[in-house]
Ligand binder design. Structure first.
Ligand code: ITT
Length: 199
């Protein structure tokens, strides 16, 4: 089966390719020379995931996986959430700085990463899956691995940030891994129907 990752985020694509290695042939937009820019205007992660998945499917006719991820911080009433990519109005580094500043002096640092994936099998057949990783926001940046908010997120059960883990370690436990396991078991369960569209 071939699956197109409907994303321009190279960090995400790397992780998805690595998690699905040996199971599914994963393509990135670059692999098929597709250059799309999708406006993430949805109010929910699911809306945005579907929007991305559908847009890539319509341009490629290849089964596509849209993904939208948000970091939800308890003390900020779930923000930045669906606006995580645009939190500071600038890039990843500014986003992390802004979040650390907002939480400065606060003891409640609980947060979670939530990923919603939309598997677009054909026009009119879309399946959504969610993965959640709970943890807390560190007091400062630690580690350079990963991408996005990884250097300031400590997953539950660990004393280090995702930024301090090698990618194999993050990929074993992450929100993305949990959502992808659901995607895989759906495809295996429904293979007789799915293969008609996704081979
Ligand atoms: P696409 O829409 O092209 O997929 P994006 O970077 O806009 O790329 P999201 O909207 O899903 O993707 O990401 C929201 C933000 O959360 C963005 O700043 C990401 O860098 C960050 N992010 C997503 N997954 C992450 C992860 O596993 N670890 C750390 N940060 C992550």
């Amino acid at each position: 089966m071939r699956l197109l990752v409907a994303s321009n985020n190279q960090g995400k694509i790397r992780e998805i390719k690595s998690i699905l290695e040996g199971e599914i042939e994963v393509l990135s937009p670059l692999d098929i020379s597709l250059d799309l820019s999708i406006l993430e205007s949805g109010k929910t992660l699911q809306e945005n995931a579907i929007k991305k998945g559908l847009a890539y499917f319509r341009h490629s006719r290849i089964c596509s996986l849209g993904e939208d991820t948000g970091l939800e911080v308890e003390a900020l009433d779930g923000k930045p959430g669906v606006n995580s990519a645009r939190y500071s109005g600038s890039g990843d580094e500014e986003n992390r700085k802004k979040l650390l500043k907002e939480l400065w002096g606060r003891d409640d640092r609980r947060a979670c990463f939530r990923t919603v994936m939309a598997l677009v099998i054909q026009e009119g057949w879309i399946e959504c899956f969610e993965g959640v990783m709970r943890g807390k926001i560190s007091r400062s940046e630690r580690g350079r691995a990963g991408f996005g908010y990884d250097p300031i997120f400590i997953p539950d059960g660990f004393n280090k940030t995702f930024g301090e883990m090698d990618c194999g370690e993050k990929n074993k436990i992450s929100h993305r891994r949990m959502a992808l396991e659901k995607v895989l078991s759906f495809i295996q369960r429904e293979w007789d129907e799915v293969e008609k569209f996704c081979k």
